[in-house]
Design a binder for this molecule. Structure first.
Ligand SMILES: [Fe+2]
Length: 172
């Protein structure tokens, strides 16, 4: 049985971490990644899952109650933490182990902001889809993390994506 996006989203671990980096951003990037995956012959299920979880490694970046995104970015390793959290969560939910690894590595490489080298041109098609899907929703100063979205709207969008992924498997 496929682990659905809705099931992943509703898990308390996902809820805890996505509350920090923003449900709106996670769901929007998942929808972007689904579309890009279809266009680029990448597995839409792996793309949507990686995108949904890509920012789950964030912690809160307030200092003295003030937004300090630039300071946060200097110390940030959210892609590393997110990769591990996503992997642990998916294994716990009974995800296929190879799929869990693909998702974890796509989360790890969705940005190169923490690396001493560029990943430009070095990503696999799946990894490139996640990077682009994320960039499509980016706003200056990290404001994309603060867009709001109600839980029921998020679940509606994700269950629609789950249906589209099922159709993709049914119809090749
Ligand atoms: Fe992001």
């Amino acid at each position: 049985m496929r682990v659905s996006l809705v099931k992943i989203f509703k898990h308390r671990i996902t809820q805890k971490y996505l509350a920090r980096s923003g449900i709106n951003h996670a769901v929007t990037v998942a929808a972007n990644a689904y579309e890009l995956a279809i266009q680029n012959s990448v597995c839409p299920e792996l793309a949507a899952k990686s995108a949904l979880l890509h920012d789950m490694g964030h912690y809160e970046w307030y200092r003295d109650g003030k937004w300090d995104y630039e300071e946060y970015r200097r110390h940030d390793i959210h892609a590393i933490k997110g990769a591990e959290r996503a992997h642990k969560l998916l294994i716990r939910l009974g995800e296929d182990r190879l799929a869990a690894k693909e998702v974890a590595v796509a989360v790890l490489l969705h940005t190169d902001s923490y690396l001493p080298f560029s990943l430009e041109g070095k990503r696999t098609p799946l990894q490139a889809v996640i990077e682009e899907a994320d960039r499509m929703d980016e706003q200056p100063g990290g404001l994309h993390h603060y867009k709001e979205m109600e839980q029921d709207i998020a679940i509606k969008i994700l269950s629609r994506l789950d249906e589209k992924i099922s159709d993709y498997y049914d119809n090749g």
